[in-house]
Design a protein around this ligand. Structure first.
Ligand code: NAP
Length: 340
């Protein structure tokens, strides 16, 4: 099955509307003048009955039920994998297209995994569900794709520096609260994240896999291969949670089949859609999370020749993962279906 979205204002539902990604979705639907006829906000019983402001009106959050999707054209889902799995059938049976932020369907054959600047055509092959990739993967592929279009990729090694917001709205609040505890001389005790993040960092706590990589690291490996259609790409990742409130960073080593002149790579990244170059070598000034917080582009800089390998480049990137790593990417996917 293949379907675009109807060429009229759409009935849109945000599932997970009270969460970190859900709130950003609301902001972006308004900011991008997405053609909304009616907006439904859905969450669990915890938030049902509360209101959220959208486009000058207060909309009440509803508890999601099987009837919730009747008459809905587009569901932007950001309530976690089990919720997406639970409601997938009801959503697609109602005729709505589901753009899903969770990892539930990303690796499922037949479900496109889309970064609009990288593989936009894949979105049009959907059968009712399109998956939004993992946030770190979206940010990374924006920098890899313009380079991969000019020299074949051989191997990617990445270390991530992931902010609290990647773990949701409650993790952000916990980082703020525990930072105050530490500054006041107290002992921070975490309840949302597995360890106190204030003035600390720890390896990403997603479940360890049999190969001793964590799930987040293997998501980066598998999802990058799927998005870029490079099933054999050699790839290794180390994911770390750092005490930054919002926006992820990544140190990336990219090996090609042949040397890639730094100047050419810099020029390609400067021109690439969704990428901004922040690179002032004289001032020793490169991307920081605060440069991209609340902004669309992924900032790339410190592009340099790897001194240990003539065929490899090193670079650094930062991106707002709630925005481009989740909400913005999801809305751009929906826009692809309208434009086609
Ligand atoms: P969050 O801040 O914890 O928000 C979760 C949302 O899901 C809330 O609106 C919550 O509603 C709702 N929810 C939870 N259980 C539900 C249920 N049983 N039925 C209906 N709604 C339910 O999490 P988030 O950071 O926005 O992440 C949401 C999803 O996006 C996750 O799958 C996450 O992996 C993915 N994602 C997150 C990021 C990020 O940077 N944060 C990036 C990419 C992808 P209540 O208020 O009622 O609890």
């Amino acid at each position: 099955m293949y379907s675009t979205l109807p060429d009229r204002p759409l009935n849109v539902a945000v599932l997970g509307a009270s969460g970190a990604v859900g709130q950003e979705l609301l902001l972006l639907l308004q900011e991008r003048h997405f053609p909304v006829a009616q907006l439904k906000l859905m969450a669990s019983s915890r938030s049902a009955g509360t209101t959220r402001q959208w486009s000058g009106e207060a909309i009440t959050v509803e508890e999601v039920t099987a009837q919730s999707f009747k008459g809905v054209d587009l569901v932007l889902a950001s309530a976690g994998g089990s919720v997406s799995r639970q409601w997938r059938e009801a959503i697609t049976a109602s005729g709505a297209v589901m753009v899903d932020n969770s990892s539930a369907f990303r690796m499922e054959p037949g479900v496109p995994l889309v970064v609009p600047e990288v593989n936009p055509k894949a979105a049009l092959e959907h059968r009712g569900v399109i998956a939004n990739p993992n946030c770190t993967t979206i940010l990374l592929t924006l920098a890899l794709a313009p380079l991969a279009a000019h020299r074949a990729l051989r191997r990617v090694v990445v270390s991530t520096y992931q902010s609290a917001s990647g773990a949701g709205a409650r993790a952000m609040e916990e980082l703020k609260g525990l930072s105050r505890v530490v500054l006041d001389g107290g002992t921070p005790v975490s309840e949302v994240l597995p360890h106190p993040l204030a003035f600390n960092l720890f390896l990403h706590n997603s479940p360890l896999q049999p190969n001793h990589y964590c799930e987040e690291e293997m998501k980066m490996v598998n999802e990058t291969r799927k998005i870029m259609d490079l099933p054999d790409l050699r790839f290794s990742a180390t994911c770390v949670r750092v005490p930054v409130l919002r926006a992820h960073s990544e140190a990336v080593n990219i090996e090609f089949n042949e040397p890639f002149p730094v100047e050419e790579a810099r020029h390609l990244l400067e021109q690439a859609a969704g990428v901004e170059l922040i690179e002032d070598l004289a001032a020793n000034r490169f991307p920081m999370p605060i440069d991209v917080t609340g902004r669309d582009p992924v900032a790339v800089g410190r592009i340099r020749q790897d001194i240990s390998d003539p065929n490899a480049l090193e670079l650094w990137l930062c991106g707002d993962q709630i925005r481009k790593g989740a909400a913005l990417n999801a809305i751009q996917i929906a826009e692809l279906l309208i434009a086609s």
